[in-house]
Design a protein around this ligand. Structure first.
Ligand code: PYC
Length: 308
């Protein structure tokens, strides 16, 4: 019988489960070797933390260890039920707010080491966190893809710590369509992209008109697990800011408010790094929702979670 201690939070609606204790060691090596060990232990230890019956597929996990990058307070590997993520914006906000809740950090500026680079996070108050993400960029503009049963769609491919396809003019529109329609459509886009030369795309964003008076857009973000992001997605908003900046539609330092499909928001802006890259800043709020001990009982045939 194993006991795994976790602290749960949500960032603008999207859950993060931070693992505090009880999983196998990922060693003391650099973060790349920790990611390798994480992958080896994924099915037995990490995916079950996010799957039914203990959790649900929208949840993102965070493994943390002693830092291996200069100046960082932690190494972190974010993951969803499909595997590890490069970075996770809502997860970083949730991680920092959880560390504050546990009394491990005070308001101030911190560095966190992720598999795709060091990010900064400023704890402004116990719930409000501003992160500076990894360099983000627009890789390909106006990529057309023929989506079976829907027809052609045009969008940008951009990086914000994970890979995104940004469908600015989708057939199925956030704020108008149902969740089921948005999920089915964005899966169809992802499948078409993956089969037509873009295997790296694992997140798809659809955009529509905002509901919030201070927002510029409302999004729907399909995550690799097939679930949608309840928040506006930190890495997805970073990818979008990079795309808008490259298109000349956003100036450096200008605020951009991205509304989520559930009506929450992140405020973002960019610093121009040159060479077509920007460093996005994303600000949002997270609240702790629980601290629990999860039981892995080998006698339970569903101990490793439900997988269909
Ligand atoms: O906030 O970056 C994010 C994120 C990625 C996947 C789910 N949320």
């Amino acid at each position: 019988m194993s006991r795994i201690k976790v602290i749960d939070s949500h960032t603008e609606g999207e859950p993060t489960r931070l693992v505090l204790d009880g999983v196998p060691s990922l060693g003391d090596g650099p973060i790349a070797s920790r990611v390798q060990k994480f992958r080896e232990n994924f099915e037995d230890w990490f995916a079950p933390l996010l799957r039914e019956p203990r959790a649900y597929e929208a949840m993102v996990g965070a493994w943390v260890g002693e830092p291996t990058a200069p100046g960082a307070i932690k190494d972190v590997i974010f993951f969803n039920p499909a595997g590890p993520l490069g970075m996770c914006g809502h997860g970083t906000i949730g991680l920092v707010a959880s560390l504050a809740f546990l009394g491990e950090i005070e308001p101030g500026q911190y560095k966190i080491n992720t598999p795709v680079g060091v990010v900064s996070a400023e704890l402004l108050d116990v719930n409000t966190v501003r992160i500076q993400n990894v360099p983000s960029y627009l890789k390909a503009q106006d990529v057309a893809v023929d989506v079976p049963n829907y027809g052609p769609v045009v969008g940008d491919i951009a990086y914000g710590g994970n890979w995104f396809y940004l469908a600015y003019d989708p057939h199925v529109i956030p704020g108008e369509a149902t969740l089921e329609e948005m999920t089915r459509y964005s899966w169809a886009i992802r499948r078409a992209l993956n089969q037509n030369g873009y295997p790296e795309i694992d997140h798809v964003e659809l955009f529509g008109a905002p509901t919030l008076p201070n927002a510029q857009s409302k999004n729907f973000v399909l995550c690799p697990s097939g679930e949608y992001d309840r928040s506006p997605c930190g890495t997805g908003t970073s990818a979008k800011l990079a795309s808008l900046f490259s298109r000349g539609k956003l100036a450096a330092g200008q605020d951009y408010v991205q509304e989520s499909v559930i009506g929450t928001s992140f405020t973002g802006s960019v610093v121009d790094l040159g060479d077509g890259k920007v460093r996005p800043t994303i600000q949002g709020q997270a609240y702790v929702t629980g601290i629990s001990e999860l039981i892995f009982d080998p006698a339970d045939s569903l101990c490793r979670g439900i997988q269909l």
